[in-house]
Design a protein around this ligand. Structure first.
Ligand code: S3P
Length: 438
């Protein structure tokens, strides 16, 4: 079955809404609760397919997980040494986060395991995690050219490493920190740029000491995790579609409530503000060691900006949405140093350039970025290439388009944002969901 979105012009975004739980934090909550001693209760867990793949993987390794239902899950942790050998390969679906983080855990188990994924995940690079894990003592075989599947041999004893990461990637950092829980001695990682620090924060919430200072983080193996109450804030990466949507819509005024605003993730807010977006952050609080806030956004007159390499990691998942903002801005937006976007769920530079061109916008690709010249968007047909964030970005583009936009291949929106079309429709952007069998 395939799903298309059809969005007529004339929508708007007003009122208040709450986006589903943060995907990155949800994965980590399931992983750490499964490895902890004792029971954890998670609230606000994202029930998207990616996180459900992580839940299924730990169930397959004998962890007792109740739910998630209405965002609540109760997990009876197996302890760091209590996982059972899975009898089938663990299917991570579309989720790079699940595959890479699980690889860090599985590299240290006494049993063999295999991680597989869908067509998109099978194209994604895995050497960035297998190479450092192997240098910690792990044994992992990849598919062709360092891609999945990953066949992980059990019974290896890991030792800590001092590793300078070549890529700014929270998935790599997190995989190595998780392996570091099991390693003899300490694991020290130095990132080329600061990336999201949810793993570090959540390890501390589960009672495990992690030292971090600037771009360095250090963990000592051999401790234990302890079950806890873990609330999950709303996902800023999901909120991003509404931030952009409201900024480009004619008379929008939207309040997004209870959104995670971890400073390693707030690049999208700052970049949009630099473009002239009327965004205000208020009612700041804290949930499970993570900062949260309400974010108000109103219609804005946007202008193009230059986005450099340093700005990329803190907004890494928000570029599809940001490119739509750039298409609606006056002047040109130049993005550089963003070659990582080519190895996400799709090649987001190529796929977004193709879709924007389809809507009459000038978008010029470079190996490490794109230049977008703002202009009036027309209606038209765009392909998401199975990328959830591309699908949602083009759906909100309809708020500024002169005709109907049809986005093809939107099924994977369920990986990160189940209920997106319904929530958008409630807020004033009617999305018709068309199912077809092909
Ligand atoms: C994530 C890290 C980022 C991001 C992904 C989620 C995480 O990937 O794009 O959606 O949860 O750690 P990289 O670490 O590969 O940049």
């Amino acid at each position: 079955m395939s799903i298309d979105y059809l969005i007529k012009p004339g929508g708007n975004l007003r009122g208040r809404l709450r986006v589903p739980g943060d995907k990155s934090i949800s994965h980590r909550a399931v992983i750490l609760a499964s490895l902890a001693q004792g029971v954890s209760h998670i609230d606000g867990l994202l029930q998207g397919e990616d996180v459900l793949a992580t839940v299924a993987a730990f169930r397959a390794m004998g962890v007792h997980i109740e739910g998630p239902q209405g965002g609540r899950a109760t997990i009876e942790g197996a302890g760091l040494q209590g996982l059972q050998p899975p009898v089938v390969p663990l299917d991570m679906g579309n989720s790079g986060t699940a595959m890479r983080l699980l690889a860090g855990v599985l590299a240290a188990q006494r049993f063999d395991s295999k991680l597989v994924g869908d067509a998109s995940l099978q194209r994604r690079p895995m050497r960035r995690i297998t190479e450092p894990l192997i240098s910690m003592g792990a044994m992992i075989a990849t598919g062709e050219d360092g891609r999945p599947p990953l066949s992980i041999s059990g019974g290896r004893s890991l030792h800590g490493i001092d590793y300078v990461m070549p890529v700014a990637s929270a998935q790599v950092k997190s995989a190595l920190l998780l392996a570091g829980l099991y390693a003899k001695g300490s694991t020290t990682l130095t990132e080329p740029a600061i990336t999201r620090d949810h793993t570090e924060r959540m390890l501390r919430a589960f009672g495990y000491a992690v030292e971090s200072e600037g771009r360095r983080v250090r963990i000592l193996g051999g401790g234990n995790l302890f079950g806890c109450e873990m609330p999950v804030p709303g996902d800023l990466s999901s909120a991003a579609f509404f931030l952009v949507g409201a900024a480009i819509a004619p008379e929008a005024d939207l309040l997004l409530e209870g959104v995670g605003v971890n400073p390693t993730r707030t690049g999208i807010i700052e970049l949009l503000q630099r473009m002239g977006a009327a965004i205000a952050v208020s009612s700041r609080g804290e949930m499970g060691g993570e900062p949260v806030a309400d974010i108000r956004v109103r219609s804005s007159k946007l202008r193009g900006i230059v986005i450099d390499r340093d700005d990329v990691p803190r907004a890494i998942d928000e570029f599809p949405a940001l490119f739509v903002a750039a298409a609606c801005a006056e002047g040109q937006t130049v993005l550089r140093g963003a070659e990582e976007l080519r190895v996400k769920e799709s090649d987001r530079i190529a796929v977004m350039a193709e879709g924007l061109t389809q809507l009459g916008v000038s978008a010029r690709e470079r190996p490490d970025g794109i230049t977008i010249r703002g202009s009036r968007l027309s209606g038209g047909h765009v392909q998401s290439h199975g990328d959830h964030r591309v699908a949602m970005a083009f759906a909100v583009a309809a708020l500024a388009a002169g005709g109907t936009i049809v986005v093809h291949d939107c099924k994977n929106v369920n990986t990160s944002f189940p209920g997106f079309a319904t929530l958008a429709s409630q807020a004033g952007l009617p999305i018709e969901v068309e199912e077809s069998t092909e």
